[in-house]
Design a protein around this ligand. Structure first.
Ligand code: GLN
Length: 387
């Protein structure tokens, strides 16, 4: 009998986030695996959603996004980065950035088109490319080597581009490595995109969580070919609301919209009302968010170093990676299982590689957690190290 699952999806299994969260629950481990805050989002945003529900804003929103949210987004991009997007034609509100990624790929890629990805990649990237019938072409980000942080080989990147390339998926700040791409790296990518007329799908959900350097939106370097994606989840600690968006020049936005209208059609109305309030937050809000996250990062990386792990200090995001060197382990899954048994769950990143062997030598820790949670994890890590 024919298997129920398509060949496109066979081989992807269950996402590592679901798997590790399940294992964490089973073992009573502290979940530094899946990247979600264990604290709540701000009251002014939650209150806006509650008020919208009570005010009867509960039917379908406009397919491209509630006008108030699209307007708030246009103002925000102008204010933060000097980028201009037309409210109605150049912004599409989606159900989280994950939908925006798939809608962008499904909207612009024909079957057989090639899409360049950096590995390690957020796991939905490769699955989305394959679901759209496109072909992933992978370029490796290599771990810090003492002289440089996470880096790629410019020649490998250049070789990945060809007449068959339709898009490149970029993620800066980068999950899982915490890398913030430099201006020079982004300029090289922009130059190659122009040379081959390749669209850059730029996932910038960690844009406000940068600790070293600055966030440079790809659209400031390659406006005509960039689809900028972001969301509410990471910037407002509301990952369960699933409100995201795509911004791009009108023809590209129209392609995203064509897919979006048949994937989810519209995103939950009251959450869009609240999202419009959120993205209009004063600059102080983002400064404070970054300050709190920098403290969390410094605390967790300090603890990991204290227990003898070699930490690759992240420049941005929710995450830090640590090498397995000196642990006696050479396999990330085996180490992650070992650490779960000692009460701390992590993500084994080999799941984010086309060649899993390239990701076996480290694990990812999430620090988007309350201080008490990080302190409890620290106690367990200290106890583990003493064994
Ligand atoms: N983006 C989050 C992470 O990387 C969670 C993703 C998910 O659960 N699908 O941990």
């Amino acid at each position: 009998m024919r298997a129920p699952l398509t060949r496109r999806l066979a081989g992807f299994g269950t996402t590592i986030f679901t798997e590790m969260t399940r294992l964490a629950q089973e073992h009573g481990a502290i979940n530094l695996a899946q990247g979600f805050p264990d604290f709540d989002g701000p009251d002014f945003v939650k209150d806006a959603a509650k008020a919208a529900i009570d005010a009867g804003q509960n039917q379908y929103a406009r397919m491209t996004g509630l006008p108030a949210l699209n307007q708030a987004l246009a103002r925000r991009y102008q204010h933060h980065y000097g980028l201009s997007f037309d409210t109605d034609r150049e912004i599409v509100v989606t159900s989280g950035c994950t939908e925006a990624i798939f809608a962008a790929i499904a909207g612009i890629c024909d079957v057989g088109d090639e899409v360049i990805l950096f590995q390690p990649y957020y796991d939905s990237y490769r699955a989305s490319v394959c679901m759209a019938g496109a072909i992933p072409k992978v370029v490796t980000l290599w771990p810090p080597d003492g002289t440089q942080g996470w880096h790629f080989d410019a020649q490998q990147l250049e070789r990945a581009f060809s007449e068959r390339t339709r898009a490149i998926l970029l993620n800066s700040p980068h999950n899982p490595t915490g890398k913030v791409f430099t201006r020079q790296e982004l300029e090289l990518i922009a130059q190659l995109c122009r040379k081959y007329n390749v669209i850059c799908i730029s996932d910038e959900v960690y844009e406000h969580l940068v600790y070293t350097g600055v966030h440079i939106p790809m659209a400031t370097l390659l406006p005509e070919l960039t689809i900028t994606l972001s969301s509410l989840g990471k910037s407002f600690s509301l990952t369960g609301w699933k409100v995201g968006w795509a911004c791009a020049p009108a023809p590209l936005a129209a392609a995203v919209r064509s897919a979006h209208q048949f994937i989810t059609f519209a995103t939950a109305t009251p959450f869009q009302v609240a999202a419009a309030v959120a993205v209009a937050a004063p600059d102080d809000f983002f400064v404070q968010l970054q300050r709190e996250y920098r403290e969390r990062r410094d605390y967790l990386t300090g603890v990991l170093q204290e227990v003898g792990l070699e930490v690759w200090e992240p420049e941005g995001t929710y995450f830090t990676c640590a090498s397995l060197r000196g642990t006696g382990y050479t396999d990330d899954f085996a180490f992650a299982k070992h650490l779960i048994a000692h009460g701390v769950a992590t993500i084994p990143p080999s799941a984010f590689y086309e060649q899993p062997e390239l990701g076996r030598g480290y694990v990812r820790f999430a620090f988007c957690k309350r201080r008490e949670t990080l302190e409890a994890a620290a106690e367990r890590l200290r106890a583990w190290r003493k064994l």
